[in-house]
Design a protein around this ligand. Sequence first.
Ligand code: ADP
Ligand code: MG
Length: 629
Amino acid sequence: MQLKKIKKIQDAEKIAAGEVVERPANVVKELIENSIDAGSREIRLIVKKAGKTLIQIIDDGIGIPPEDIEFAFERHTSSKIRNIKDLDNLHTLGFRGEALASIAAVSQVEIISRTEENDLGIQLFIEGGKITKRKEISCPVGTNVKVKNIFYNIPARQKFLKSDSTELGHITDIMQRYALAYPDIHFIYRHNDLDILNCPPNDLKTTVFHVYGKSNAKFMEPINYSEQDIKISGLLGHPQISKKNRNYSSLYINRRYVISDLLFRAIQEAYKGVLMIGKHPFFIVNIELDPSVIDFNVHPKKLHIRFERDDYIYNRIYNIIRGFIEENFITKEAKYISTELEQFIPGKESDLIKENAIELKKIKRPIKEIRERKKDESKSKEFLNEKGELIDETVQLHLTDNITGQEEKKEIPDIYLREKFIVSKDFPKLRLISSTGQLINKTYVVLEGFNEETNEPGLYILDQHAASERINKEKFLRAYETSQISKQSLISPLKIEVSPSETFFLQENLNEIKKLGFTLEHFGGNTFILREIPVIMEKLPETGIIKEIFSDIAEIGKDKSFAGVKEEIINYLACHKSIRGGDYLTVKDIRNLLIELSNCKDSFHCAHGRPTLRFISFKELDKLFKRIV
Ligand code: ADP
Ligand code: MG
């Protein structure tokens, strides 16, 4: 890192873009950017009362030379650019030279800074922009800035500060964005003596894990694209972790956090076809561009940018990201789904299907031979009839048995006939659906009926998990609203360790969480004692599972206010309690599911907005078969 003198910027008036400091988070942003520009390896942020009484940043960067330190607090002074032309070659986050001056004007600042060249550092006290004291002090190389009592001299502004949790939310957001932009820097962040984030130097995926938790980090794919004029790196989220809004995603240009509708749209468009309606992709993406094609100087807080050629940038980004998505989420995902499906097919049957599929293709051996081999294997298989009784396996049919008149006389129960696929060369492998209508993957149930709006007859397909999730969501919501969530006591209380940011969320919301059915005490540090949990499953789940459920909930809630996450947590609980894809359903189960679904306020969507029930009218089927046009 090269040390340059801090000088007055010649084109200051043109470069200056207005008010920097509106709230504590703006101060945090400016100070972090200065620390990053100073080449720091570790940046420590200490905040008291959501930044209203103290914002302190300690870095181990190059420091400010003693002869420059006062000058740094004057307006339009910077070591980073000298005139407006330098903006075309900008490689630092700061460039206006007004942050320190603006911050010092509205607060009480104390700064200690030392460079490597000097044995002693300088300490400076500034009140409302005026230097009140300067002295030499021994200190480590780097800079330590304390910003106290923001707006102490402008009560009107102070009044406009929001609640602690809102202001803290903004600070946390900024801190996270920079931790994600610079995973190679160690970020430490404490609020009122509680660690909120401690993110040692890592690869980006680990940083995502620290910030957004494991459920997000697990489903992100690295992108690393490099051409001469553009480089794109970062992580793109699988469609299954898409979000309700854009705020989760982070976009950086030359490692500067920016908000760009244009680029968001380009990336969102690239996800077309893989996202559910109303969902936004989740990504952490850095785009490296030649600074001369971007104007970073269009917004007081340097958050918005302008490009020389919008459409060119849009198309470049779209094409690169689209290529990535097609390769990673469309082609691969298709494979993923088909293998997932196999898990749901009972073991032996699935082997049979697989092997037959292969053997039929290279069919030289007669099917009979395959059948003989299968006969032995199928011995171990047990079948249940509709009443749940075990059926003698010796009467099983072979795959290709025709149902001749003779066999009919034996009155083979329907259940066997339904079970067996008809296997034939160059013909789909087919069988009748089960008597319950539940399909082989135990995810969908086929029904028939009349459309509630048009009274048209037709075919319905029910997603059993989606339906059950909807029912449970509404039950939970009702119970929560009337404070009647039923609880079960744990045989012995569980000690649960959570992460620092989760601790903050849990501590702040102990009562609300209690209303959700979790009786919980703060044990100290990052440990909580869990005594009761809501009735999520019929039986008391294993401790491992309880811990997992609980830490998932804490993870949903960290860094957000409780109101914002209540619904998400209820969705989560509903999802856990629900019938899953893969669960066997009896006729009674299915009827109950339908009756309960019909009583829901929103029968047609699961807790996450996916459909529960789909309709294909007979008319549409007639069209499909060209009976009508
Ligand atoms: P800018 O970042 O736009 O240059 P600032 O007002 O934020 O303007 O800072 C003024 C100058 O003070 C910077 O150019 C830099 O030389 C110096 N400075 C500020 N913070 C630090 C820091 N943490 N470490 C080293 N130098 C710093
Ligand atoms: Mg700056």
